[in-house]
Design a protein around this ligand. Structure first.
Ligand SMILES: O=C(O)CCC(=O)C(=O)O
Ligand SMILES: [Fe+2]
Length: 500
């Protein structure tokens, strides 16, 4: 079995990149195994030598008591100390399995960077914040009342997340993560091998408590250190400083509050009321083929027009789209932000554009978009290529608009994104809703359905009410496909709308 390691700009929290990371881990474990084997053989040799030296020391000890060292013993000791010991000193400095160490070191550039790691921490914090989860429950795999067996954080995970919160001054959530460490079943892990110490954990925990103005509790935590058998000078010092009142609390903060964050969160939690006064209907008219097979349309909003279309993409097409897109998926970009590579923490999905005619499913889906909307999508510049998306657990697309506005460089030729068709390619176990915060509308993904919405008003200006987002996936993964349709080509297809 061989594993290929791909190097690219960072690891997103995503299925395809986790597969790469797993491959890397397997390679490194092999290196470490060989290293361990060599270490064991070396250890065995050293132990044999120690045994022998111990025996010699015993015999020399007897000579010392009698104060008679035979000429042989004298010579042998002198030779050993002069010739053997420099060898042993050299031996101790020598690397074990150096070529395997070199191999492992060479893989270092492929390890996730600080940026990747911070983004992963952020993703967890966003999940907790958006869904209002209890850190204690979440860390043990209890999510909205459902116990997930394989989803448990270890002590090191909880500590890393606590530290992230502490460093970013999210003291309340950090406290919950510090507490979660105690709930893990492997909390002896800290202190082992890599030199993390309980002393450090307790100090940061106490500091965090102080910042939350819980000085008494902070003192208790530090005092507990000695009963836990932790003997560390820095704890004693911190205790003194705290008792003397020399440590002052730092002001905390909360997670970034984006525009309409409150509404976004309400939508993601499914707390909006269902739309009123709209009823489902069959669409027989948008295209002649619909007379035979009408679409099932569930309107969500009349103005701006938003509707859910049911059973508009077949399972076989879905499989074809996913299979073809998966190997080409890259971190999704955001074009309207100034960030130069387009990578944005607000959009953490992976995606790949699929050219029309690249394979049958794309052609069929594009044609269906035309039947659903009555818009042209195949003519040059009339739409973006179909974008197949995968949101891993915790991935999301924060609130945004799909239109660009007049500053868009191709505004004159292409117009703007008049409509969006978003196909759902699977059911998501928990989370992953599409939310329109300003309109109080949300929808959970349903495999085979699509949301269709018009982004522009009847005078062809971007309609800010169409602002929407893809909520973080809480459990499972989310597959979707987006078709963005541009206005210029639709000149004669734009439905007449009653200006009210
Ligand atoms: O994934 C979602 O629910 C939203 C996707 C979206 O907004 C887009 O692709 O433009
Ligand atoms: Fe969008």
């Amino acid at each position: 079995e061989s594993y290929q390691v791909y190097y690219h700009d960072g690891y997103t929290y995503s299925n395809s990149e986790m597969i790469n990371l797993l491959g890397l881990k397997k390679l490194l474990v092999v290196d470490l195994q060989v290293y361990a084997g060599e270490l064991q053989r070396t250890l065995h040799k050293v132990e044999l030598a120690i045994e022998q030296m111990d025996r010699e020391v015993q015999q020399l000890e007897e000579s010392r008591v009698g104060r008679v060292f035979s000429a042989i013993k004298q010579f042998s000791l002198l030779r050993h100390m002069h010739l053997d010991w420099p060898q042993w000193l050299r031996f101790m400095r020598k690397a074990v399995a150096p070529e395997w160490q070199k191999h492992a070191q060479a893989l270092r550039p492929y390890l996730p960077t600080k940026v990747d790691f911070v983004e992963a921490c952020k993703a967890v914090y966003i999940l907790i914040d958006v869904y209002g989860l209890s850190v204690g429950d979440f860390s043990r795999g209890l999510i909205n009342g459902k116990q997930y067996k394989s989803k448990r954080f270890g002590a090191m995970d909880c500590f890393a997340l606590a530290r992230h919160g502490f460093e970013r001054r999210y003291f309340d959530l950090a406290e919950a993560w510090f507490e979660a460490i105690a709930l893990t079943s492997d909390n002896d892990e800290i202190n082992r091998v890599l030199g993390y110490s309980w002393a450090l954990v307790l100090q940061l925990y106490a500091r965090n408590l102080l910042n939350m103005n819980k000085k008494e509790l902070a003192l208790t935590v530090l005092q507990r250190a000695s009963t836990l058998g932790i003997d560390d000078q820095s704890i004693v010092r911190q205790l003194e400083l705290l008792e003397r009142g020399d440590l002052k609390p730092t002001q905390g903060t909360t997670l970034l509050k984006i525009i309409n964050f409150e509404h976004y969160v309400r939508g993601c939690r499914g707390l909006f009321d269902p739309p009123k006064g709209l009823s489902c209907h069959y669409d027989f008219h948008t295209h002649p083929v619909l007379r035979l097979a009408p679409f099932k349309v569930e309107p969500l909003s009349q103005d701006p027009y938003i509707a859910m279309y049911h059973d508009v993409i077949y399972d076989s097409e879905i499989e074809e789209l996913k299979d073809n897109a998966f190997p080409d998926m890259e971190r999704s970009k955001v074009y309207t932000y100034s960030d130069k590579d387009g990578k944005d923490t607000g959009r953490t999905s992976m995606s790949a554009f699929q050219t029309d005619h690249q394979y049958k499913a794309v052609t069929k889906v594009n044609r269906r978009v035309m039947h659903m909307t009555g818009f042209e999508v195949l003519a040059d510049g009339s739409s973006d290529e179909l974008l197949v998306l995968n949101y891993a657990t915790a991935a999301q697309y924060l609130t945004h608009s799909d239109y660009f506005g007049p500053a868009y460089s191709e505004y004159i030729q292409r117009g703007d994104r008049i409509a969006t068709v978003l196909f759902y390619l699977n059911d998501v176990e928990q989370g992953g809703k599409t939310v329109f915060p300003r309109l109080g509308i949300f929808r959970s993904p349903i495999k085979g359905s699509a949301v269709v919405f018009y982004n522009m008003n009847s005078s062809l200006q971007g309609d800010p009410r169409t602002e929407h987002g893809g909520c973080p996936v809480l459990v499972g993964t989310k597959w979707a496909a987006t078709k963005w349709i541009y206005s210029a080509e639709q000149m004669f297809r734009w439905p007449c709308v009653d200006p009210k």
